[in-house]
Design a protein around this ligand. Structure first.
Ligand code: AHR
Length: 520
């Protein structure tokens, strides 16, 4: 059966925001320690950063990194990670029930961000702290020398202000699991005060209010309305977080897998609903600015699998204060399949199609913890998970403007979303360089589909189109993964594409597949 993707009446969505290709580094498991920072590793540089990981971060094309959490930030003292390493305190982290050595902190992360060429997006602690700590951290990070905290930064070796623009005011404060979680009214009042004061210090900051931890939280919608109505004038973004996984992975249940392949439907609903609530808050405030969405945690995460992996540790933590507080244990180290990569590719297409509203996004997370990059311990190598490829392609080649094509596709029936289009697609086109990228997925678990793409409607792209690179990620076994021993088990292969003089491309997408076609 066949699908058509037409640019003839395509909607230009917006320019591609650089921050759409962000990621997330949390003090969690081996993301920081044994991930980006491992001074004893053979590839470690003078700052203790793993060069093999840095190389893969660059190859991934990450633009912006959210730090230091996540749930971790809600019981974190930013000062603990500054100053001489041998004087930094060791503390308990309540979020992940681990020991935090503070051998990495904001100064070190700043140095890492310079080496990785990424923008920093910082989160402040609204769980155990609040206004005063946020203002102090802002002065330390961005202040010009001459005041106490800015001078402390200079003394610690960072002479210039770090110039961090984006700040998240807390993390998932609607979640009962969050240290210091709040009701919608409590958080609305708190974020309003903190955002207001931070903007007094630096009006050009871009501030992110916590939105809902998923579209299925009991306060979803009400939370966004109350928070954004109260803090409208001082916040610029509202966050959204969404994780998906195949609930039938243990038994290879086909109904669950088909549902999982359509996860982007949930993300689509989430974005549209938050946008509606943000617009309502704008109207109530008689405002002129749109509040953007920072989709600052997204990806595939097998939450149940983590508990299985960590059984011994999970049991031990139940033993009151005698439980284990390991340092940088193996936590949330999901190993991703070919199907997981297709879903992540599909989520990226959805983010691009909404980039008029979603102006920032962070795939969660970057290394070892639900991550595209794995870093083996004990001097081992770093390697790429299946999900690395769809992200890297978009990060490197989605330039210019985003166009949402008109897609006519066979449908698949899903448990949660009804009948949905098997084929989804988006196109980016850079008129200045006359280069474009088509990203598409086949979300059908069972059937291959022929796809005809008519690119003729792209502005300034009249006439013949030349394909410069075409790849497909697919495996006949959608559950196949890459591993440390076999890191190239699932990688993109060349895709055969026919081109016609009128700018039409045709190809066949196998069941459960992601594809990228670069053209000029
Ligand atoms: O990314 C893992 C966790 O997921 C983060 O700490 C938290 O914000 C979310 O619940």
């Amino acid at each position: 059966s066949a699908a058509t993707v037409s640019l003839a009446n395509a909607r230009r969505v917006a320019d591609v925001p650089a921050r759409l290709f962000g990621s997330f580094v949390e003090h969690l498991g081996r993301c920081v320690y044994g991930g980006i920072y491992e001074p004893d590793h053979p590839t470690a540089d003078a700052d203790g950063f793993r060069q093999d990981v840095l190389d893969l971060v660059k190859e991934l094309g990450v633009t912006c990194v959210r730090y230091p959490g996540g749930n971790f930030v809600s019981n974190y003292n930013w000062e603990d990670g500054t100053g001489p390493r041998d004087q930094r305190p060791v503390r308990r982290d309540l979020a992940w029930h681990t020991t935090e050595t503070n051998q990495m902190g904001i100064d070190d992360f700043y140095r890492w961000s310079q080496k990785s060429g990424t923008e920093i997006m910082l989160a402040v602690n609204m769980g155990t702290r609040g206004l005063k700590a946020a203002l102090d951290e802002l002065e330390y990070v961005n202040g010009t020398a001459g005041t106490e905290l800015a001078d402390r930064r200079v003394k610690n070796g960072i002479e210039e202000p770090m110039d961090v623009k984006m700040w998240c005011i807390g993390n998932e404060m609607d979640g009962h699991w969050q240290v210091g979680h709040m009701s919608p009214d409590e958080y609305a009042a708190a974020v309003d005060r903190v955002a207001h004061a931070m903007k007094l210090a630096e009006p050009a900051l871009e501030l992110v209010a916590c939105g809902s931890s998923s579209a299925h939280m009991p306060t979803f919608g009400e939370w966004e309305r109350k928070v954004l109505t109260k803090a409208y004038h001082d916040v610029d973004f509202v966050s959204a977080h969404a994780y998906y996984h195949d609930h039938g992975y243990r038994t290879h249940d086909t109904i669950e897998m088909q549902d999982f392949l359509a996860s982007a439907e949930d993300m689509n609903y989430f974005i549209n609903t938050v946008a509606d609530e943000a617009d309502a808050a704008k109207a109530i405030n008689h405002g002129s600015k749109d509040i953007a969405i920072s989709f600052d945690e997204w990806g595939v995460w097998y939450q149940g699998r983590w508990n299985e992996q960590e059984t011994a540790w999970a049991k031990s933590k139940n033993g009151l204060h005698h439980g284990a507080w390991p340092t940088a244990p193996h936590q949330l180290e999901d190993i991703y399949s070919a199907a997981d990569a297709v879903v992540e590719g599909s989520l990226m297409i959805t983010l691009l199609k909404h980039c008029d509203r979603v102006r920032s996004a962070s795939r969660a997370q970057l290394v070892n913890v639900i991550a595209p990059i794995m870093a083996e311990p004990n001097g081992g190598a770093a390697w790429k998970q299946t999900i690395f490829y769809p992200f890297a392609e978009a990060a490197h080649y989605a330039h210019g403007d985003v166009f949402a094509p008109v897609v006519e596709s066979p449908t698949v029936t899903t448990k949660s979303y009804g009948d949905v289009a098997a084929i989804d697609a988006v196109v980016t086109w850079d008129a200045a360089t006359r280069s474009g990228l088509l990203l598409a997925v086949n979300r059908d678990l069972d059937a291959a589909h022929d796809v005809t793409v008519s690119l003729a409607g792209l502005p300034g792209a009249d006439g013949a189109i030349a394909v410069t690179h075409a790849q497909v990620l697919h495996d006949d076994d959608p559950y196949r993964t890459n591993t440390a021993d076999e890191p190239n088990a699932v990688t993109p292969a060349d895709l055969a594409v026919s081109t016609a003089a009128d700018g039409t491309l045709t190809f066949t997408l196998p069941a459960v597949a992601w594809t990228a076609v670069r053209f000029t």
